[in-house]
Design a protein around this ligand. Structure first.
Ligand code: NAP
Ligand code: ZN
Length: 349
């Protein structure tokens, strides 16, 4: 089918309207009308080709909420009219040990990413959610639970699951002490989710001006990373730190904050980091770890958890025509805390 999206046609170029074809429905595909799409910092990394993986034209968007408008003959889970969601993956081999465990993000044959991925059947470049329609195999569409505000749920599909997954991996619950570095899209979700799980939460930010905001989001305190005295007082005080900083940065300043057996989990910067000191690791069995998104089953668990606990991101709704201004603001950390595109603003030309 013919559809329209917004695409970057070359490295770091502004996004513009782009008409393209979505594939005809395969037997197990659903076709959805995209209602809302979140704006992740990864979208901007990909448009700027920060990871050397971009295939242009890039139609970004992997925080997608939509409504089913057609289904293939073999589809069992969904019918026309259902509210569905799609995150960072649209397919995987579904046969390897990781896929069978429900950890499709670790597919041995590589998951198919929602944009700049290679379709497993026809080899085409995948196009993301900044578009009017999306076609996806039913296993990679999630059910939006009743009661979840559709206009706010989109960021759960990436910012939400990327922070929920490490919180679950490290068994965070009442009594756990969680630190969150960087109060952006991922960071503010990490705070809300950790609070909802009953943890004691510390936001670690570059700026003291974030204190009132951190507390409004539910955090117990703010630690300013440049305040040497406060950082010294906080030594050995955290079980898990989720680090969402999107650029190369020094993690050595955070390691002493971890208690014995504590873990820092990097979910932001993907790529080289400066050297780290092994002393706190060796003498406290501390760990440096990383984590990508989460599997399909865990993402459904997150959506259900958020509906039950009424955990929703703070969103700033924009029209698609404002996307380039939104990127400029995102680059300056000037968003509280996730832009969400109202896709009703995108009309077929
Ligand atoms: P974001 O909304 O821009 O938030 C990033 C936050 O990091 C900022 O709000 C800021 O918080 C802090 N920060 C920004 N620049 C910094 C710098 N130069 N030094 C120190 N701190 C800085 O971005 P996001 O959408 O949350 O994404 C964050 C990162 O996670 C991106 O790199 C994205 O690609 C990555 N990501 C990874 C996964 C995964 O699967 N692992 C999934 C989604 C996104 P303060 O002002 O409070 O310091
Ligand atoms: Zn993302």
């Amino acid at each position: 089918m013919r559809t329209i999206g917004y695409a970057a046609n070359a490295k770091a170029s502004p996004l513009k309207p782009h008409v393209f074809e979505r594939r005809e429905l395969r037997p197990n595909d659903v076709c959805m009308e995209v209602l809302y799409c979140g704006v992740c910092h990864s979208d901007m990394h990909m448009v700027n080709d920060d990871w050397g993986m971009a295939v242009y034209p890039v139609v970004p968007g992997h925080e997608i909420i939509g409504r089913v408008i057609a289904v293939g003959p073999d589809v069992k889970k969904y019918k026309v009219g259902d509210n569905v969601a799609v995150g960072c993956m649209v397919d995987s081999c579904m046969e390897c040990d990781q896929c069978r465990k429900g950890e499709e993000q670790f597919c041995r044959n590589m998951a198919t990413w929602t944009y700049c991925g290679c379709d497993r059947i026809d080899g085409s470049n995948t196009m993301g959610g900044y578009s009017k329609n999306l076609v996806v195999r039913e296993e990679f569409a999630l059910r939006v639970p009743d009661g979840l505000d559709l206009s706010k749920a989109a960021p759960l599909l990436c910012a939400g699951i990327t922070t929920y997954s490490p919180l679950r991996t490290w068994n965070i619950g009442p009594g756990s002490r969680v630190g969150v570095v960087g109060l952006g899209g991922l960071g503010h979700m990490a705070v809300k989710l950790a609070v909802a799980m009953g943890a004691d939460v510390t936001v670690i930010s570059r700026s003291a001006s974030r204190e009132a905001e951190a507390k409004r989001l539910g955090a117990d305190r703010l630690l300013v990373s440049s305040d040497a005295e406060a950082m010294a007082q906080a030594v050995d005080s955290l079980d898990l730190i989720i680090d969402t900083v999107p650029v190369k940065h020094d993690i050595n300043i955070y390691l002493p904050l971890l208690d014995i057996d504590g873990t820092i989990c990097l979910v932001g910067q993907i790529g080289p980091e400066p050297e780290f000191d092994s002393m706190p690791l060796v003498f406290g069995r501390r760990r440096i770890s990383g984590s990508p998104i989460g599997g399909i089953a865990e993402t459904q668990e997150l959506l259900n958890f958020c509906a039950k606990m009424n955990v929703l991101p703070d969103c700033e709704m924009i029209n698609i025509q404002d996307i380039n201004t939104a990127y400029a603001r995102l680059a300056k950390s000037d968003v509280k805390y996730r832009f969400v595109i109202d896709m009703a603003s995108l009309k077929m030309e």
